[in-house]
Design a protein around this ligand. Structure first.
Ligand code: FAD
Length: 487
């Protein structure tokens, strides 16, 4: 077997999965059909729990700013005023996607992954205990045998289609033309979260809806402090017509702005033009035998900000489980918990992004919805509920938040190195006697009197808590790798 795990796609999801596998002792092979990383700018940052997971893993050490709990964040056309809450539950990290991919790629290679660019996966067959993968390399075609194949190959995933996994959902009835545009500083006035140009006043960072479409604009420097101050990220949505062009010229972009606003903006240049039609879809299954899906291959969303959070959290959930399965040390059923945990999480992200899309449409009904939801969001309960939904943490208790005192500190330290942690707070260090066959697969910390005992999974979720060893053997048997286990 050439590699225990083959990952298709060296985007952020594939690279983080390769890192997670390496951390758990399984060096992955990553194949990407593109000869070099895509230079086209995509995400400007991360939103949600993944920011904190990556920080605890130590993967953001090279960045100038850590994740922050934000005082405000858009929810479709509304603004969540999170500074009304004692603590904002929503975390963001401004980092261009390209830079994030460099950090993740370097980290994956450091823990033993191999990344082959210019290698396209063109077919695969499962043979019972392995997957035979066909690859078109820069020169020849070749075959690889692997225990598991993971499709991190984006929204149009070949792996998903070839595995016959359905991708149900909806396609937007709007086409979006977007680009990084230049607006001359002397023609633009920015104040109080708005931009005024040629007599038109626009809210920044949120869709500005008119009868003919909507326009979203933000200075790029709001998201990337190194950006030139006259560069803006512009997206113009209009009803979908029969032909969707592949790209958009500067004149077409100006015309689209004119149709939506009724007047043109003083756009003097455009870079990275792009035309998209939003999809909101989720793979029916994240696992089919020895083939798994993660990231955009598993889900795409109709509003910004959710995709990387969902995709990268897939990778963190899957990595340690797949490593144990590939080594043959996983408890029975462990790998199936990937779909069981991450499919509902993807569905929750589908829900809030579709709700944002529904709130953004024109018309009196949507206006009423915006007004009522706006009223509800002045109350702390609904505001915290929605922000927590957008944070996107999976179901269950996450040790850095759920534990207190020294136990929480041990959990945070453990997240840097990965692996399972057992914090034994009993006076007589009683748990050591229970862990027998799992002992070599976990870190045991004895901390008498430091709160509850806890078994913490490699992704930081609590597998068990208790005052004594009651229930611990069952939790260990469900969640923890051990020698001689089977998948
Ligand atoms: C303009 C734009 C702005 C965005 N802004 C945001 C944002 O603000 N926040 C956010 O969360 N998300 C944003 N997104 C979405 C985000 O970019 C994606 O969610 C993210 O790239 C998905 O990562 P991935 O690794 O799952 O897939 P991708 O990044 O799509 O990577 C898939 C990789 O698979 C490779 N591949 C495909 N087929 C094969 C094959 N057969 N063999 C080998 N390799 C293959 C491709 O070459 C590619 O490198 C934005 C997207 C765009 C286009």
């Amino acid at each position: 077997m050439e590699a225990e795990v083959v990952i298709v796609g060296a985007g952020p999801t594939g690279l983080l999965l390769a890192y997670e596998l390496g951390l758990a002792g399984v060096p992955a092979l990553v194949l990407d059909k593109a000869a070099r990383p895509d230079e086209q700018p995509r995400a400007n940052g991360l939103v949600g729990q993944i920011t904190r997971v990556l920080a605890y893993r130590g993967l953001l050490d090279g960045l100038p700013v850590p994740p922050v709990a934000v005082p405000r964040f858009p929810f479709g056309p509304l603004s969540l005023e999170l500074d009304r809450l004692p603590t904002s539950p929503l975390h963001v990290l401004p980092v261009p996607q390209r830079h994030l991919e460099e950090l993740l790629g370097d980290a994956a290679i450091r823990v033993g992954a191999t990344v082959r660019r210019g290698h396209e996966v063109t077919g695969f067959e499962e043979t019972g205990d392995a997957v035979v993968v066909r690859v078109q390399g820069p020169g020849d075609q070749y075959r690889l045998t692997t225990a598991y194949l993971v499709g991190c190959d984006g929204a149009r995933s070949f792996v998903r289609k070839h595995a016959g996994i359905a991708f149900p959902g909806i396609t937007s009835d709007e086409v979006v033309r977007m680009a990084r545009v230049t607006l001359p500083p002397d023609e633009v006035d920015i104040a109080d979260g708005t931009l005024t140009a040629r007599g038109v006043r626009l809210a920044l960072m949120r869709p500005n809806r008119t009868a003919t479409g909507s326009l979203t604009i933000a200075p790029q420097a709001m998201l990337d402090p190194t950006a030139a101050p006259d560069v803006y990220i512009l997206a113009v949505a209009e009803p979908l017509s029969a032909d969707v062009p592949d790209t958009v010229t500067l004149d077409e972009l100006r015309e689209s702005v004119g149709r939506v606003l009724g007047t043109e903006l003083p756009i003097t240049g455009a870079r990275w033009p792009r035309v998209t039609v939003a999809n909101s879809r989720q793979a029916a299954a994240y696992r089919s035998g020895r083939v798994l899906l993660a990231g955009d291959a598993a889900h795409v969303f109709s509003a910004g900000g959710a995709a990387l959070n969902a995709g990268l959290l897939d990778a963190v959930n899957l990595g340690w489980k797949l490593a144990a399965a590939a080594r043959g040390t996983a408890p029975a059923g462990l790998l199936d918990t990937y779909h069981a945990e991450r499919h509902p999480a993807g569905h929750r992200a589908i829900l809030h992004t579709r709700a944002q899309a529904a709130l953004s449409v024109a018309g009196d009904n949507a206006e009423a919805l915006r007004e009522i939801l706006g009223e509800l969001l002045r109350h702390p309960g609904p505001l915290a509920h929605l922000a927590t939904l957008m944070e996107g943490a999976g179901a269950g208790a996450w040790a850095p938040d759920a534990l207190a005192g020294p136990a929480a500190a041990y959990a945070r330290e453990q997240l840097r190195v990965g692996g399972t942690l057992l914090v034994d707070t009993t006076e007589g260090a009683e748990l050591g006697a229970v862990v027998g066959p799992w002992r070599s697969h976990l870190t045991l910390v004895e901390a008498p009197g430091a709160g509850v005992c806890a078994l913490v999974r490699p992704d930081g979720y609590l597998a068990w808590t208790g005052e004594t060893g009651e229930g611990l053997p069952e939790a260990l048997a469900t969640w923890t790798a051990r020698r001689g286990a089977g998948t």
